[in-house]
Design a binder for this molecule. Sequence first.
Ligand SMILES: CC(C)(COP(=O)(O)OP(=O)(O)OC[C@H]1O[C@@H](n2cnc3c(N)ncnc32)[C@H](O)[C@@H]1OP(=O)(O)O)[C@@H](O)C(=O)NCCC(=O)NCCS
Length: 331
Amino acid sequence: MNKKNSNNIGIVGTGFYVPKKILTNFDLEKIVDTTDEWIRTRTGIEERRIADDKEAASDLAAKAGAKALENANINPKDIDLLILATHFPDHYFPSTACITQHKLGLENAVCFDLSAACSGSIYSLFVAESLMKNSNYDTAMIIGTEIFSRTVDWKDRNTCVLFGDGAGAIIIKKGLKGKNIISFDFGSDGTGADLLKIPAGGSRLPTTNITIEQRQHFIKMEGKKVYKFANKMMVDSVIKALDKVDLTRKDIDLLIPHQANIRILKAVAKKLHLPLEKIMINLEKYGNTSAASIPIALDEAITQGKIKKGDIVVLTAFGAGLTWGAIVIRW
Ligand SMILES: CC(C)(COP(=O)(O)OP(=O)(O)OC[C@H]1O[C@@H](n2cnc3c(N)ncnc32)[C@H](O)[C@@H]1OP(=O)(O)O)[C@@H](O)C(=O)NCCC(=O)NCCS
């Protein structure tokens, strides 16, 4: 990461959209063998949103993107680049980014999807920022959009209680003073690819009657292993990203982590010696919305007045792949 080149690209707008339908822990008690108490104490989640039958990933994305455009006061035609992160696109192809482009009227944007699971939105920011530095692209939108209610197994209490539907968008622009992205750290480790995945439906295991009968099209996860990985990698990545610009964990004003589990967030806070007030937490309302989680949390942090000019804001995520990363922003 080059300090000199990065400090002129910053955030100019954010927005998010979550479906209206709320599914509480008490509702889940009627679906699987679980309790509100187990879910709250083991994860911190109280409720999550569920998309309408007619809503696809691009519908949620377009609503979040429209709010970000309004918030940034930017004409759709001025967006040069759209990177969209999702684990469950509208179709295998075309990309959900292209479908969203059409819905938003981003007629001058180059559009593509990015697959990095729950790290998807910060990976997208990283890629967008890097592309902008090396091109004449001036303004980019990144969107994380997820419909988990169609990929979790509603018979599997280990996973269905964790996730929720939603979308979040961030717009970045060149030549901005303030809200600048000043550092990154990113990593991937494919040796952990089996820890969290949807086994069937791809070229490895195409859809057959058997894969459907075996419920192989739903998310499978080794929760404990993912938990350990998350605790370690988010902390390491935050420290590395800060170190690249001669900052330390003491400089963090607000940490916006991927909203997966309150116990993970508390463990990360402890390792970074941060009081909980310096951690953005909203997972009780939405559950884990994967690539949408950080843009949603960032937008809420801004509207709740948790960020002020000059603050050091750090975004960090982990996800299937395995993937992880951190981004440092000087607000
Ligand atoms: C999934 C997770 C909440 C499980 O918490 P945990 O403390 O590891 O719980 P365990 O898996 O050890 O399960 C403990 C017990 O609770 C049970 N249990 C699991 N889900 C349950 C549920 N929804 N309700 C009630 N009991 C449940 C288990 O069956 C197990 O019972 P047993 O001891 O009789 O076998 C936790 O491992 C986690 O958050 N992992 C990370 C997942 C994640 O973030 N994934 C997304 C990555 S982006």
